[in-house]
Design a protein around this ligand. Structure first.
Ligand code: DON
Length: 304
């Protein structure tokens, strides 16, 4: 399929779209981003590339990185991982504390903040030099050597990370945290600070559209079965308390971040990344969700 005219058509349909919402402002560095940025990039598993707008500008991928840390932790721990974190949708906001208390310190899933913090703890237990080893893993998966953390964003987030600090302490009280809290939080904030362009993001996630194998290098990142499970978790938990709505409207496994990015996978065919910084009330990109809804409808590429 030639996606180029379809992307152009959908972008045109969005010309008068009321892009309401706000740029995430609880992290002061994110407040500085131009709210009108709009980028799209689709990469097929046969390496066809389709770009629009600000697709080659770096942005903070934020929670999208939680999928990559989950992939590495699942690879290292296999099914033991699920003793520490669940696989159920949360139905609550990404930084909710209430549910964690009710569930005895076991996060509902690895893509909400509490779950991602446990995953950081797991990785610290396994990796010699967690920040360095993790970014090298991301570079290997993406095939892009220049992908990196943004220290400015990580520091900025540390200044306002009170809820995340509360989450890690609550889990420590329930014996679900094993390493030093400061080290875990430093790793977590750095994880969230990774920057990529839409092009890099869609390329990085392509292995999940291809049974866990990077199409460009044929390198196996994870097994077919694990790749299926990561996609299932993205489908049910990738958009916090809007996961149902995203499945309803777009119908693809994916993940959002408060930087305004969304990545979504159409198994066996493509990975698509969209970036538009204004967020709806649930913390997902308003225009990004709308674009993907129209795009999967036009191309009939929903998994349902
Ligand atoms: O923990 C936080 O608040 C952020 N660094 C990550 C949040 C995020 O992207 C949640 N997303 N939609």
């Amino acid at each position: 399929m030639n996606y180029k005219p379809i992307i152009a058509r959908v972008v045109k349909q969005l010309e008068n779209f009321n892009n309401c919402g706000e740029v995430a402002d609880y992290i002061s560095e994110l407040r500085l981003v131009d709210p009108h940025k709009f980028g799209i990039h689709l990469t097929t598993i046969k390496n066809k590339q389709y770009s629009f707008g600000d697709a080659h500008e770096k942005f903070s991928i934020q929670s999208i990185a939680k999928v990559l840390s989950l992939v590495l932790a699942f690879k290292l721990e296999n099914n033991h991982l699920w003793k520490r974190v669940g696989v159920e949708p949360s139905g609550t906001s990404f930084n909710s504390l209430a549910q964690l208390e009710l569930d005895g310190g076991i996060p509902r899933n690895p893509l909400i903040n509490s779950g991602a913090i446990v995953i950081c703890d797991v990785l610290i237990s396994h990796l010699k030099n967690p920040k360095k080893d993790f970014i090298e893993f991301v570079r290997k998966v993406s095939g892009i050597e220049t992908i990196d953390y943004c220290p400015r964003i990580a520091e900025s987030e540390k200044l306002t990370g009170y809820r995340n600090t509360a989450l890690v302490n609550l889990m420590k009280a329930y014996n679900n945290i094993h390493n030093d809290i400061d080290e875990i939080m430093d790793f977590y904030f750095n994880l969230c600070s990774i920057e990529m362009t839409c092009q890099e993001l869609s390329q990085t996630f392509l292995f999940l559209a291809n049974h866990g194998i990077c199409p460009a290098t044929q390198e196996k990142i994870i097994s077919k079965s694990k790749s299926k499970r990561i996609n299932a978790i993205m489908q049910s938990c990738g958009f916090y308390d809007e996961a149902g709505e995203f499945a309803f409207k777009v119908g693809l496994p994916g993940k959002s971040g408060v930087g305004g990015g969304i990545v979504a996978i159409y198994p066996h065919k493509y990975s698509i990344a969209v970036w538009s910084p204004k967020l709806n009330k649930k913390g997902n990109s308003t225009k990004g969700v709308q674009f993907l809804e129209l795009f999967t409808t036009e191309t009939q590429t929903s998994i349902f």
